[in-house]
Design a protein around this ligand. Structure first.
Ligand code: NI
Length: 264
């Protein structure tokens, strides 16, 4: 007769990954015992000019968030890689969500996390076109609470744009000045080259600095900005700049995250 003993020993691994997708649910439960904050990278999948990657706006916040997670033991959720990019749809490969779709995605992600006991959800964003929609999603979540209850909501939401951080802005100004531009910027292209050296592209820009201005829909955008850049000269992008920008962005993000999670 053989006796088989089955038992489970759960050992908390101090070296556990800070990536939510690589955790077990028990590890998340343990994390929640000492921290209820989480970072969610959010970006877009859209053209980034002649030498920029379609995934730029998701790659940048994901890479920075994982850097913060590893160095400062902050849990990092799955990257929301599709955003509000309707104005890029005239360029092949671009994929957009409607604003209302993105609002639904963000609110459902937050509601899922709140259900488990997270109280501070920090979205690290890589796409300017997401800002209005993410803010609207936050307003929806607070409105849910306002219509139901008199007490203050027991959760906090923050939108951090990596490209607008204090250290990143100072470094970007020093490296590129005004020709960093506002879309397919030299700084974001540098950061993706640092994250993905296998995807570096050498392309001559014509004109060197792209025209700047506004836009409406996809056809209007392409007419104004034929190669997809807005105000930028990303031929100045390189991996070494990307490394410096990464270090600056990690420090900006952890400072903002700590200030945020201290709020009650
Ligand atoms: Ni971008």
């Amino acid at each position: 007769m053989s006796l088989s003993l089955r038992f489970t020993v759960f050992v908390f691994n101090a070296e556990a990954s800070m990536r939510l997708d690589l955790c077990s649910w028990q590890e998340v439960e343990r994390y929640l015992e000492h921290s209820t904050g989480i970072i969610i990278p959010i970006g877009s999948h859209e053209q980034h000019g002649p030498n920029g990657l379609l995934g730029t706006d998701a790659i940048c916040p994901e890479y920075i968030a994982r850097g913060v997670g590893e160095r400062y033991q902050v849990l990092v959720g799955p990257t929301l890689g599709l955003g509000m990019a309707q104005h890029h749809l005239d360029f092949p490969g671009s994929i957009s969500l409607r604003p209302t779709t993105l609002i639904a995605v963000v609110t459902d992600v937050v509601r899922s996390l709140l259900r488990h006991g997270f109280t501070h959800v920090f979205f690290l964003n890589g796409h300017g076109g997401n800002i209005a929609t993410i803010s609207a999603a936050f307003a929806e979540l607070y409105a849910d609470h306002s219509f139901r209850r008199a007490e203050a909501a027991p959760f906090h939401l923050r939108l951090g744009n990596w490209f607008m951080g204090k250290r990143v802005t100072a470094l970007t100004d020093a490296l590129y000045g005004a020709s960093n531009g506002s879309h397919a910027t030299a700084s974001e292209v540098s950061l993706t080259y640092y994250a993905h050296p296998e995807a570096v592209k050498q392309v001559e820009m014509q004109p060197r600095v792209a025209p700047a201005g506004g836009f409406r829909d996809a056809a209007d955008f392409r007419q104004r900005y034929p190669d997809g850049r807005v105000g930028s000269d990303p031929s100045a992008a390189c991996q070494e700049h990307g490394r410096q920008l990464f270090e600056a962005a990690v420090e900006d993000t952890i400072a903002s995250y700590r200030e945020f999670t201290a709020s009650k």
